[in-house]
Ligand binder design. Structure first.
Ligand code: HMH
Length: 221
């Protein structure tokens, strides 16, 4: 089996689930301007919790890159992602203040808890670099693709939400995701059959958890 460009093939193979995560009704409601702001606020509070958990996860991928990557630029790409999370946490705090979302007493929703527990399981030292970097790519790419829809020419995204959409939907973040994709494709070319299966299962789990996260944000809307 030819393994190059594995990501493109997995996306095609699992297109229904992938599209479910990247064109979710929650995102489409931002794009068409019909979003209920209470949904956005729920997403904001929950995603702040998620991002705080995402920091140690990304750090654990960085650690594995520094030990296992045979290309030293991997570490630089992942480090830039980690560094931008510092700014992201500040942005969440500012945005939460703007929308009157109290971050100190957010009750962690079940779907978010499941996602955070999944991230924790990926931080175990025995998990292969190829598997965890696949997860990192998938997590970032779902947000990039999703929010980029809200910036398309014919979108009617409410102006109050443009900043959030630009954070993940912009070309700069897209470039970062493509760098991650190149890393993943290279890792998977050299991966064992067993690692490949683990990476594919991990990719699918991320898509499911992302869909559940969007569902949670829309709940009660
Ligand atoms: C749930 N997935 C979720 N939150 C995020 N902030 C990202 C992905 C991208 O960092």
């Amino acid at each position: 089996v030819k393994k190059s460009g594995m990501i493109d093939r997995w996306v095609k193979k699992h297109l229904v689930l992938y599209t479910g995560a990247t064109s979710h009704p929650f995102i489409l409601s931002i794009r068409d301007g019909t979003i209920d702001f209470s949904s956005f606020k729920r997403w904001l509070g929950q995603d702040y919790i998620f991002v705080r958990e995402f920091v140690p996860f990304t750090a654990s991928v960085l650690l594995k890159a520094s030990k296992n990557a045979d290309d030293s630029s991997d570490m630089e790409v992942i480090l830039s992602g980690l560094a931008s999370l510092s700014d992201e946490i500040s942005w969440f705090k500012q945005e939460a203040a703007k929308w009157d979302v109290p971050l100190s007493d957010v009750i962690v929703h079940k779907s978010n808890q499941n996602y955070c527990r999944f991230l924790e399981s990926l931080m175990l030292p025995e998990l292969e670099y190829s598997v965890v970097v696949t997860a990192l790519w998938a997590i970032e790419t779902v947000y990039q693709e999703s929010f980029s829809h809200c910036l398309e020419d014919d979108s009617k995204t409410p102006p109050e939400l443009l900043e959030a959409c630009k954070r993940w939907g912009s070309e700069g973040f897209g470039e970062f995701c493509r760098s991650l994709q190149n890393i993943v494709n290279r890792c998977l070319e050299k991966a064992s059959e067993e690692e490949l299966i683990k990476a594919e299962v991990t990719f699918l789990r991320v898509l499911e958890l992302e869909i559940e996260f969007w569902n949670m944000s829309q709940e009660g809307a």
